[in-house]
Design a protein around this ligand. Structure first.
Ligand code: FDM
Ligand code: MG
Length: 217
């Protein structure tokens, strides 16, 4: 049970479209609340802010943006939430978040714009609150596609999804992303749910044992 002297956790879900992020993050929120924790569920992009509305219009194909510009808007959309994330965590609320800077890096780098590398893409994210754990729901692009047809937003096409997965795997192997944990998202939802909860409980124990404070990206 959280007390004010007990900081919240920052848990992020990442993965391809239809990897199960929405389902699994909702289940984790419910499970943590059942255990008596204060939890706030957020997602990026946050389409409700003025910057988020520009992103929404771009994703829906209603407006165009230069690749670096849209990348920086996605990043700005995280920065505008950074203070409230840190504040909530300090006051004992756990944040469960769908997509974060990892998506920011890989979706932009997957465009194969020669001046927008994975390394370049990560720079504007430096200094953001760092997740205690990033749960990467790994699924093959083929299996994800079997779960239902593609939607109509930008990036929802198979070539893009393949490059996104390869870049997620590259990011995972970087020593900078040591909070990344891979979960096999091709398993039944109940199995994934249990694994996720176990990982989060372990993360909680390790943070309590070391009294670790929230770090920065
Ligand atoms: N996306 C998401 C990015 O390109 N950069 C980002 O920083 C974030 C957070 O936006 F295709 C992409 C990933 C996805 C699209 O996300 C919308 P949702 O989760 O499918 O709504
Ligand atoms: Mg989507």
């Amino acid at each position: 049970m959280d007390t004010p002297s007990h900081r919240g956790l920052f848990v992020v879900f990442e993965g391809l479209d239809r990897s199960g992020k929405s389902t699994q993050s909702a289940r984790l929120v419910r499970n943590l609340k059942d255990q008596g924790h204060q939890v706030r569920h957020i997602s990026f992009p946050d389409r409700t802010t003025p910057i988020g509305q520009m992103i929404n219009s771009y994703l829906k194909g209603q407006s165009q943006q230069e690749d670096h510009v849209i990348h920086l808007l996605f990043s700005a959309n995280r920065w505008e939430a950074a203070e409230s994330i840190s504040h909530d965590i300090a006051s004992g609320t756990t944040i469960v978040c769908d997509r974060y800077y990892y998506s920011g890096c890989v979706y932009s780098a997957a465009k194969e714009n020669p001046s927008l590398s994975l390394e370049w893409a990560r720079r504007p994210e430096e200094g953001l609150p760092r997740p205690d754990v990033c749960l990467f729901l790994d699924i093959s692009p083929e299996k994800a596609a079997e779960r239902g047809g593609f939607g109509h937003e930008r990036y929802e096409q198979s070539e893009m999804q393949k490059r996104v997965r390869e870049l997620f795997l590259r990011l995972r192997s970087s020593p900078d992303e040591n909070d990344f944990v891979t979960v096999d998202a091709g398993q039944p939802a109940d199995v994934v749910e249990k694994e996720v909860l176990q990982i989060v409980v372990k993360t909680r124990e390790s943070i309590d044992a070391h009294r670790s404070s929230l770090r920065s990206v």
